[in-house]
Design a protein around this ligand. Sequence first.
Ligand code: NOJ
Length: 555
Amino acid sequence: MLPRCAFSVCHVLMLVLCLSAAEDFDWTKNDHGSFYYGTFPAGFSWGAGSSAYQTEGAWDKDGKGLSIWDVFSHKKGKIQQNETGDSSCEGYYKVKDDVSLMKELKLNHYRFSISWPRLLPTGIKSDHINEKGMQHYDQLIDHLLENKITPIVTLYHWDLPQVLQEKYGGWQNISMVNHFNEFANLCFERFGNRVKYWITFNNPWSVAVEGYETGEHAPGLKLRGTGAYRAAHHIIKAHAKVWHTYDTQWRAKQKGLVGISLSGDWGEPVDISNQKDIEAAERYVQFYLGWFATPIFHGDYPQVMKDFIGRKSVQQGLGTSRLPTFSPQEKSYIKGTCDFLGVGHFTTRYITQKNNPSSRSSSSYFSDRDLAELVDPRWPDPGSEWLYSVPWGFRRLLNFIKTQYGNPMIYVTENGVSEKMLCTELCDDWRIQYYKDYINEMLKAIKDGVNVKGYTAWSLLDKFEWDEGYSERFGLYYVDFRNKNKPRYPKASVQFYKRIISSNGFPNQREVENWRRKAVETCSSSNQLLAAATRKSKEHAELPKRNSGVLLPIF
Ligand code: NOJ
């Protein structure tokens, strides 16, 4: 599965591992590495996803307020090439076109997010409701339903209204709980007659760690050792409040479900015979997915987080733990606030124990975990630096969720792979391979008894990839960002995913091989179209340079 485009450089500590993946759980016995031919349960839901800031564009149109991502991306040096989501895929104007693409794929559901400042420009309901923003989502939801595609709607995919950041400090401030609840309540009121699947937060781990600890994401704060824990604490409370609002005010009438979408890499012990590595790997997963899932399913943070952060805080001379605590009332209020769990999963790490010094100046979420992350250099890494294709990790994560949280109903809300920007190759056989193997591991997990009800390929379109700008393309459809009309072109993976959907799985080896061959054959015509368009836009792009007197060779 070697991509024909640029390879990424690995910044993660490399380790040449001759380990076979661990054979330590029953559910991995016998068939590790083998492909499982079979189908998904009847009614399994197939989808694709997107998020508002990453695809909509129209950042300042029709009364929309600013989000923290609008402001962050306009600051120099924050995003690759200083790109922004200002116009992105222009998804705001292309509802019908994009729903046609979904129809072409025969999707059962589409996952998208609502931009909070598009509905409430200041973030505060009593200030002003932007009816034009309302109309946009009305139109999208109606059009999906007319085409028999179920909307799965995320309320918070990272685009906090800027006013709330400036006035209160965003998720550092407890007042976000009420503001978010008001926004969510408005969405239930206006869209809940048609939307039956709600996701409160998308990947709160990223919001907390990258937004408030490392500062790589908006709002760009670097509050090391405390910022992420505090943001997460308020997010968990906000999630619980919104779930209760739905439960008490809307559920009886609207009969929908409210969940949260958590992301989690799988962590596998480097040495499965070493107890310290086993514990470090468990810690890795508990500090990642468990940080949010354990309060929501069991009422409090994972014991290992309380122990490690508490001990280090004492060593650092602090009177209380840097990890906030929930009161007994809060614990019972938060526990059980999840009708389904959304899971976003892309990759895996090998984990080994590593003691970090506990000085106050070096305190951070990362050093609190006392571990090191490693990757196997043989793992394919076609796009994003962090994204290695390790399908077996997916099955392990799903089984972990089943065991830890009482086999909850799961919707996979994100899974997919990227390629680098300069890649104009629509014959993405490495993505076909990724989807084939990851979806197969999910099928094995279902056979293990994991309660997975649906799968969302990430993403429908190439789009703004946060601090990476447009340099990493996750789409099933290629978007030509240089063309102001943002045309979409199907990659080969569209054909392949479509076959999985229409067969509800993998019938037999011959057919699956055939799908792959055909998908790669048909993409060459799209490649030619794109190449012609690329030549054209290059000519346009070079005009101003010629006019300014600088002649560049045309290759
Ligand atoms: C998770 C985020 O939710 C999503 O927005 C992003 O595109 C993917 N990770 C890939 O980085």
